[in-house]
Design a binder for this molecule. Sequence first.
Ligand code: NDP
Length: 338
Amino acid sequence: MINHRYLGNSGLRISELTLGNWVTAGGQVGRDRAVEVVQAALDAGITTFDTADTYMNGAAESILGEALHGQRRASLEVFTKVYFPTGPKGPNDTGLSRKHIMESIDASLQRLRTDYVDLYQAHRYDHDTPLEETMQAFADVVRAGKALYIGVSEWTADQLRAGHALAQDLGIQLISNQPQYSALWRVIEGEVIPTSRELGISQIVWSPLAQGVLTGKYRPGAAVPEGSRATDHKGGGSRFIERFLTEDILLAVQRLEPIAAGQGLTMAQLGLAWVLHNDAVAAALIGASRPEQVAENVRASGVELDGATMAAIDEALAPVAITDPAETEKVSPRHRLV
Ligand code: NDP
Protein backbone atom coordinates (compact mmCIF):
# COMPACT_ATOMS: atom_id res chain seq x y z
CA MET A 1 0.00 0.00 0.00
CA ILE A 2 0.97 3.62 -0.12
CA ASN A 3 2.87 5.57 2.52
CA HIS A 4 1.33 8.71 3.97
CA ARG A 5 3.21 11.90 4.92
CA TYR A 6 2.31 14.86 7.09
CA LEU A 7 1.30 17.95 5.15
CA GLY A 8 3.44 20.83 6.38
CA ASN A 9 3.38 21.62 10.04
CA SER A 10 -0.06 20.09 10.54
CA GLY A 11 -1.59 16.85 11.75
CA LEU A 12 -3.04 16.06 8.30
CA ARG A 13 -1.59 13.05 6.52
CA ILE A 14 -1.88 12.60 2.76
CA SER A 15 -0.91 9.76 0.44
CA GLU A 16 2.59 10.40 -0.91
CA LEU A 17 1.25 9.61 -4.35
CA THR A 18 -1.76 11.82 -4.97
CA LEU A 19 -3.94 11.70 -8.08
CA GLY A 20 -4.65 14.84 -10.10
CA ASN A 21 -6.98 15.22 -13.09
CA TRP A 22 -5.63 18.22 -15.05
CA VAL A 23 -6.04 17.93 -18.86
CA THR A 24 -7.26 14.34 -18.51
CA ALA A 25 -10.76 14.19 -16.92
CA GLY A 26 -13.28 15.62 -19.34
CA GLY A 27 -10.49 16.58 -21.76
CA GLN A 28 -8.03 14.04 -23.13
CA VAL A 29 -10.12 11.20 -21.68
CA GLY A 30 -13.88 10.93 -21.24
CA ARG A 31 -15.87 10.47 -18.07
CA ASP A 32 -15.81 6.65 -18.03
CA ARG A 33 -12.03 6.35 -18.34
CA ALA A 34 -11.52 9.14 -15.80
CA VAL A 35 -13.72 7.29 -13.29
CA GLU A 36 -11.74 4.07 -13.91
CA VAL A 37 -8.51 5.95 -13.19
CA VAL A 38 -9.90 7.20 -9.85
CA GLN A 39 -11.04 3.67 -9.02
CA ALA A 40 -7.55 2.33 -9.78
CA ALA A 41 -6.13 4.94 -7.42
CA LEU A 42 -8.55 3.98 -4.65
CA ASP A 43 -7.77 0.29 -5.19
CA ALA A 44 -4.05 1.04 -4.89
CA GLY A 45 -4.47 2.91 -1.60
CA ILE A 46 -4.35 6.52 -2.84
CA THR A 47 -6.51 8.59 -0.51
CA THR A 48 -5.67 12.11 -1.74
CA PHE A 49 -7.14 13.67 -4.89
CA ASP A 50 -6.37 17.05 -6.45
CA THR A 51 -8.35 19.09 -8.95
CA ALA A 52 -9.19 22.74 -9.71
CA ASP A 53 -12.23 24.84 -10.56
CA THR A 54 -10.64 25.79 -13.88
CA TYR A 55 -9.84 22.28 -15.16
CA MET A 56 -12.08 21.79 -18.18
CA ASN A 57 -14.12 24.68 -16.75
CA GLY A 58 -15.56 22.68 -13.85
CA ALA A 59 -15.99 19.34 -15.64
CA ALA A 60 -12.94 17.81 -13.96
CA GLU A 61 -14.34 18.62 -10.49
CA SER A 62 -17.72 17.17 -11.45
CA ILE A 63 -16.14 13.93 -12.67
CA LEU A 64 -14.04 13.61 -9.51
CA GLY A 65 -17.13 14.25 -7.38
CA GLU A 66 -18.98 11.54 -9.24
CA ALA A 67 -16.08 9.08 -9.03
CA LEU A 68 -15.70 9.55 -5.26
CA HIS A 69 -19.42 9.58 -4.51
CA GLY A 70 -20.32 6.85 -2.02
CA GLN A 71 -16.80 6.61 -0.59
CA ARG A 72 -16.33 7.27 3.12
CA ARG A 73 -15.55 11.00 3.15
CA ALA A 74 -13.37 10.89 6.28
CA SER A 75 -11.06 8.41 4.55
CA LEU A 76 -10.32 10.81 1.69
CA GLU A 77 -8.43 14.08 1.31
CA VAL A 78 -9.95 16.21 -1.46
CA PHE A 79 -8.07 19.27 -2.73
CA THR A 80 -9.15 21.98 -5.15
CA LYS A 81 -7.95 25.43 -6.27
CA VAL A 82 -9.10 28.90 -7.19
CA TYR A 83 -7.60 31.70 -9.33
CA PHE A 84 -7.82 30.93 -13.07
CA PRO A 85 -10.93 32.02 -15.03
CA THR A 86 -14.07 29.91 -14.65
CA GLY A 87 -17.66 29.85 -15.92
CA PRO A 88 -18.33 32.59 -18.49
CA LYS A 89 -14.92 34.10 -17.57
CA GLY A 90 -16.32 37.51 -16.64
CA PRO A 91 -14.27 40.15 -14.79
CA ASN A 92 -15.07 38.62 -11.39
CA ASP A 93 -14.84 34.96 -12.42
CA THR A 94 -11.10 34.95 -11.82
CA GLY A 95 -8.36 35.89 -9.36
CA LEU A 96 -8.21 35.86 -5.58
CA SER A 97 -10.68 38.62 -4.73
CA ARG A 98 -13.05 38.03 -1.82
CA LYS A 99 -15.95 37.90 -4.29
CA HIS A 100 -14.43 35.22 -6.51
CA ILE A 101 -13.13 33.09 -3.65
CA MET A 102 -16.52 33.08 -1.91
CA GLU A 103 -18.39 32.18 -5.09
CA SER A 104 -15.85 29.71 -6.39
CA ILE A 105 -15.67 27.62 -3.20
CA ASP A 106 -19.44 27.11 -3.25
CA ALA A 107 -19.43 26.09 -6.91
CA SER A 108 -16.50 23.70 -6.31
CA LEU A 109 -18.21 22.04 -3.33
CA GLN A 110 -21.35 21.54 -5.35
CA ARG A 111 -19.47 19.94 -8.25
CA LEU A 112 -17.38 17.81 -5.90
CA ARG A 113 -20.52 16.72 -4.00
CA THR A 114 -18.99 17.40 -0.61
CA ASP A 115 -19.53 19.84 2.27
CA TYR A 116 -15.83 20.72 2.58
CA VAL A 117 -12.47 20.34 0.90
CA ASP A 118 -9.49 19.32 2.97
CA LEU A 119 -7.20 21.80 1.24
CA TYR A 120 -8.19 24.97 -0.65
CA GLN A 121 -5.36 26.34 -2.76
CA ALA A 122 -4.59 29.66 -4.39
CA HIS A 123 -3.70 28.40 -7.87
CA ARG A 124 -1.34 31.34 -8.46
CA TYR A 125 -0.35 34.60 -6.75
CA ASP A 126 -2.78 37.41 -7.66
CA HIS A 127 -0.83 40.62 -8.26
CA ASP A 128 -4.08 42.58 -8.67
CA THR A 129 -5.69 41.82 -5.28
CA PRO A 130 -4.32 42.89 -1.88
CA LEU A 131 -2.93 39.82 -0.14
CA GLU A 132 -4.79 40.87 3.04
CA GLU A 133 -8.12 40.60 1.17
CA THR A 134 -7.27 37.13 -0.12
CA MET A 135 -6.12 35.77 3.22
CA GLN A 136 -9.13 37.22 5.05
CA ALA A 137 -11.44 35.52 2.52
CA PHE A 138 -9.58 32.21 2.99
CA ALA A 139 -9.91 32.59 6.76
CA ASP A 140 -13.67 33.07 6.37
CA VAL A 141 -13.89 29.99 4.12
CA VAL A 142 -12.11 27.98 6.82
CA ARG A 143 -14.31 29.39 9.61
CA ALA A 144 -17.41 28.53 7.58
CA GLY A 145 -16.19 24.92 7.57
CA LYS A 146 -15.86 24.83 3.77
CA ALA A 147 -12.12 24.12 3.84
CA LEU A 148 -9.94 22.68 6.58
CA TYR A 149 -6.54 23.97 5.49
CA ILE A 150 -5.15 26.51 3.04
CA GLY A 151 -2.46 25.99 0.42
CA VAL A 152 -1.00 27.91 -2.49
CA SER A 153 0.54 27.01 -5.84
CA GLU A 154 3.67 28.34 -7.50
CA TRP A 155 4.25 31.14 -5.00
CA THR A 156 7.75 32.55 -4.63
CA ALA A 157 9.66 32.41 -1.33
CA ASP A 158 8.72 36.04 -0.53
CA GLN A 159 5.05 35.47 -1.36
CA LEU A 160 4.99 32.36 0.84
CA ARG A 161 6.51 34.30 3.71
CA ALA A 162 3.98 37.13 3.43
CA GLY A 163 0.99 34.78 3.06
CA HIS A 164 2.12 32.61 5.94
CA ALA A 165 2.47 35.61 8.28
CA LEU A 166 -1.06 36.81 7.49
CA ALA A 167 -2.47 33.30 7.91
CA GLN A 168 -0.87 33.09 11.32
CA ASP A 169 -2.36 36.45 12.34
CA LEU A 170 -5.78 35.23 11.20
CA GLY A 171 -5.44 31.92 13.04
CA ILE A 172 -5.58 29.66 9.95
CA GLN A 173 -3.02 27.17 8.65
CA LEU A 174 -1.22 27.75 5.35
CA ILE A 175 0.53 24.39 5.08
CA SER A 176 1.35 23.66 1.45
CA ASN A 177 2.69 24.95 -1.82
CA GLN A 178 2.02 23.22 -5.14
CA PRO A 179 4.91 23.80 -7.54
CA GLN A 180 6.19 21.93 -10.57
CA TYR A 181 9.04 19.63 -9.52
CA SER A 182 10.79 16.71 -11.21
CA ALA A 183 14.29 15.53 -11.98
CA LEU A 184 14.02 17.79 -15.05
CA TRP A 185 12.47 20.86 -13.36
CA ARG A 186 14.28 21.71 -10.12
CA VAL A 187 13.68 25.46 -9.77
CA ILE A 188 12.23 25.25 -6.24
CA GLU A 189 15.39 23.83 -4.69
CA GLY A 190 17.19 27.17 -4.40
CA GLU A 191 14.67 29.40 -2.61
CA VAL A 192 11.15 27.97 -2.32
CA ILE A 193 12.14 24.80 -0.46
CA PRO A 194 14.45 26.42 2.13
CA THR A 195 11.86 29.09 2.96
CA SER A 196 9.06 26.54 3.08
CA ARG A 197 11.00 24.35 5.47
CA GLU A 198 11.45 27.31 7.78
CA LEU A 199 7.71 28.10 7.67
CA GLY A 200 6.45 24.51 8.03
CA ILE A 201 5.09 24.36 4.47
CA SER A 202 5.25 21.15 2.39
CA GLN A 203 5.49 20.83 -1.37
CA ILE A 204 2.81 18.87 -3.25
CA VAL A 205 4.58 18.63 -6.57
CA TRP A 206 2.97 18.62 -9.99
CA SER A 207 4.17 16.94 -13.17
CA PRO A 208 6.68 14.77 -11.27
CA LEU A 209 7.18 12.79 -14.50
CA ALA A 210 7.46 15.95 -16.62
CA GLN A 211 4.04 15.05 -18.05
CA GLY A 212 5.20 11.59 -19.09
CA VAL A 213 8.59 12.52 -20.58
CA LEU A 214 10.44 10.84 -17.70
CA THR A 215 8.75 7.51 -18.50
CA GLY A 216 11.10 7.34 -21.50
CA LYS A 217 8.26 6.77 -23.97
CA TYR A 218 9.08 9.84 -26.06
CA ARG A 219 12.13 8.81 -28.06
CA PRO A 220 14.50 11.24 -29.78
CA GLY A 221 13.84 11.46 -33.48
CA ALA A 222 10.72 9.23 -33.30
CA ALA A 223 7.06 10.11 -33.73
CA VAL A 224 5.23 10.73 -30.44
CA PRO A 225 3.19 7.70 -29.27
CA GLU A 226 -0.43 7.54 -30.38
CA GLY A 227 -2.86 8.55 -27.62
CA SER A 228 -0.16 10.17 -25.48
CA ARG A 229 -0.39 13.66 -24.00
CA ALA A 230 1.73 14.97 -26.85
CA THR A 231 -1.17 14.13 -29.18
CA ASP A 232 -3.89 15.62 -26.94
CA HIS A 233 -5.54 18.73 -28.31
CA LYS A 234 -8.87 18.50 -26.45
CA GLY A 235 -7.39 18.86 -22.96
CA GLY A 236 -4.58 21.07 -24.26
CA GLY A 237 -1.87 18.61 -23.20
CA SER A 238 0.12 18.80 -26.44
CA ARG A 239 0.78 22.50 -25.86
CA PHE A 240 1.89 22.06 -22.23
CA ILE A 241 4.27 19.15 -22.82
CA GLU A 242 6.00 20.81 -25.80
CA ARG A 243 8.74 22.43 -23.72
CA PHE A 244 10.14 19.01 -22.75
CA LEU A 245 10.05 17.41 -26.21
CA THR A 246 13.44 18.61 -27.42
CA GLU A 247 16.16 16.37 -28.80
CA ASP A 248 18.64 17.15 -25.99
CA ILE A 249 16.13 16.47 -23.20
CA LEU A 250 14.91 13.23 -24.78
CA LEU A 251 18.49 12.01 -25.27
CA ALA A 252 19.34 12.78 -21.64
CA VAL A 253 16.22 10.96 -20.42
CA GLN A 254 17.32 7.84 -22.33
CA ARG A 255 20.40 7.76 -20.09
CA LEU A 256 18.08 6.89 -17.17
CA GLU A 257 17.11 3.54 -18.74
CA PRO A 258 20.04 1.50 -17.39
CA ILE A 259 19.77 3.23 -14.00
CA ALA A 260 16.11 2.22 -13.67
CA ALA A 261 16.84 -1.32 -14.88
CA GLY A 262 19.67 -1.60 -12.34
CA GLN A 263 17.18 -0.81 -9.56
CA GLY A 264 14.53 -3.18 -10.91
CA LEU A 265 12.23 -0.22 -11.53
CA THR A 266 10.41 1.17 -14.53
CA MET A 267 11.49 4.66 -15.55
CA ALA A 268 8.22 6.08 -14.23
CA GLN A 269 8.85 4.49 -10.83
CA LEU A 270 12.43 5.80 -10.82
CA GLY A 271 11.26 9.34 -11.63
CA LEU A 272 8.70 9.29 -8.82
CA ALA A 273 11.11 7.76 -6.30
CA TRP A 274 13.56 10.57 -7.15
CA VAL A 275 10.94 13.19 -6.25
CA LEU A 276 9.86 11.37 -3.07
CA HIS A 277 13.48 11.14 -1.92
CA ASN A 278 13.20 14.84 -1.01
CA ASP A 279 11.58 15.13 2.42
CA ALA A 280 10.35 18.67 1.66
CA VAL A 281 7.89 16.93 -0.67
CA ALA A 282 4.68 15.65 0.94
CA ALA A 283 3.34 14.12 -2.26
CA ALA A 284 4.09 13.52 -5.90
CA LEU A 285 0.94 14.63 -7.70
CA ILE A 286 0.56 12.20 -10.57
CA GLY A 287 -1.70 12.23 -13.59
CA ALA A 288 -2.87 9.24 -15.60
CA SER A 289 -4.77 8.68 -18.82
CA ARG A 290 -5.36 5.00 -18.01
CA PRO A 291 -5.69 2.82 -14.89
CA GLU A 292 -2.60 0.70 -15.67
CA GLN A 293 -0.40 3.79 -15.30
CA VAL A 294 -1.68 4.29 -11.75
CA ALA A 295 -1.02 0.64 -10.88
CA GLU A 296 2.55 0.94 -12.18
CA ASN A 297 3.31 4.30 -10.62
CA VAL A 298 2.06 3.63 -7.09
CA ARG A 299 4.80 1.05 -6.73
CA ALA A 300 7.24 3.95 -6.36
CA SER A 301 5.89 4.46 -2.83
CA GLY A 302 8.39 3.23 -0.30
CA VAL A 303 11.25 2.83 -2.82
CA GLU A 304 14.51 4.10 -1.33
CA LEU A 305 17.14 5.31 -3.79
CA ASP A 306 20.69 5.28 -2.45
CA GLY A 307 23.15 8.16 -2.82
CA ALA A 308 24.92 6.62 -5.81
CA THR A 309 21.66 6.17 -7.72
CA MET A 310 20.53 9.74 -6.93
CA ALA A 311 23.90 11.03 -8.12
CA ALA A 312 23.72 8.98 -11.32
CA ILE A 313 20.27 10.42 -12.14
CA ASP A 314 21.42 13.97 -11.41
CA GLU A 315 24.50 13.50 -13.59
CA ALA A 316 22.49 12.06 -16.49
CA LEU A 317 20.11 15.02 -16.51
CA ALA A 318 22.47 17.82 -15.41
CA PRO A 319 22.96 19.32 -18.90
CA VAL A 320 19.20 19.77 -19.42
CA ALA A 321 17.64 20.13 -15.93
CA ILE A 322 16.14 23.56 -15.30
CA THR A 323 17.21 24.99 -11.94
CA ASP A 324 16.86 28.79 -12.08
CA PRO A 325 14.74 30.00 -9.08
CA ALA A 326 13.60 32.98 -11.20
CA GLU A 327 11.33 30.60 -13.16
CA THR A 328 8.81 30.55 -10.26
CA GLU A 329 8.17 34.29 -10.52
CA LYS A 330 7.31 33.89 -14.21
CA VAL A 331 4.46 31.45 -13.57
CA SER A 332 2.05 33.87 -11.88
CA PRO A 333 0.67 36.29 -14.50
CA ARG A 334 1.47 39.96 -13.75
CA HIS A 335 -2.20 40.75 -14.37
CA ARG A 336 -5.37 38.70 -14.28
CA LEU A 337 -6.15 36.85 -17.48
CA VAL A 338 -9.58 38.42 -18.10
P1 NDP B 1 2.75 13.60 -14.51
O1 NDP B 1 4.10 14.20 -14.69
O2 NDP B 1 2.58 12.45 -13.58
O3 NDP B 1 2.24 13.19 -15.97
C1 NDP B 1 1.12 12.36 -16.11
C2 NDP B 1 1.01 11.83 -17.53
O4 NDP B 1 2.18 11.09 -17.90
C3 NDP B 1 -0.14 10.85 -17.63
O5 NDP B 1 -1.38 11.50 -17.82
C4 NDP B 1 0.29 10.01 -18.82
O6 NDP B 1 0.02 10.74 -20.01
C5 NDP B 1 1.79 9.91 -18.61
N1 NDP B 1 2.17 8.74 -17.77
C6 NDP B 1 2.08 8.65 -16.42
N2 NDP B 1 2.49 7.46 -15.98
C7 NDP B 1 2.86 6.77 -17.07
C8 NDP B 1 3.38 5.47 -17.26
N3 NDP B 1 3.59 4.66 -16.23
N4 NDP B 1 3.66 5.07 -18.53
C9 NDP B 1 3.45 5.88 -19.57
N5 NDP B 1 2.94 7.14 -19.46
C10 NDP B 1 2.65 7.58 -18.22
O7 NDP B 1 1.75 14.69 -13.98
P2 NDP B 1 0.72 15.73 -14.68
O8 NDP B 1 1.42 16.61 -15.61
O9 NDP B 1 -0.46 14.96 -15.16
O10 NDP B 1 0.29 16.57 -13.41
C11 NDP B 1 -0.29 15.89 -12.29
C12 NDP B 1 -1.24 16.76 -11.54
O11 NDP B 1 -0.57 17.91 -11.05
C13 NDP B 1 -2.41 17.34 -12.33
O12 NDP B 1 -3.45 16.44 -12.55
C14 NDP B 1 -2.84 18.47 -11.42
O13 NDP B 1 -3.60 17.97 -10.33
C15 NDP B 1 -1.50 18.98 -10.93
N6 NDP B 1 -1.04 20.16 -11.69
C16 NDP B 1 -1.01 21.35 -11.04
C17 NDP B 1 -0.62 22.49 -11.66
C18 NDP B 1 -0.61 23.77 -10.89
O14 NDP B 1 -0.43 24.83 -11.48
N7 NDP B 1 -0.80 23.75 -9.60
C19 NDP B 1 -0.20 22.50 -13.08
C20 NDP B 1 -0.23 21.19 -13.67
C21 NDP B 1 -0.62 20.07 -12.99
P3 NDP B 1 -0.36 10.06 -21.42
O15 NDP B 1 -0.78 8.66 -21.18
O16 NDP B 1 -1.44 10.92 -21.94
O17 NDP B 1 0.87 10.21 -22.24
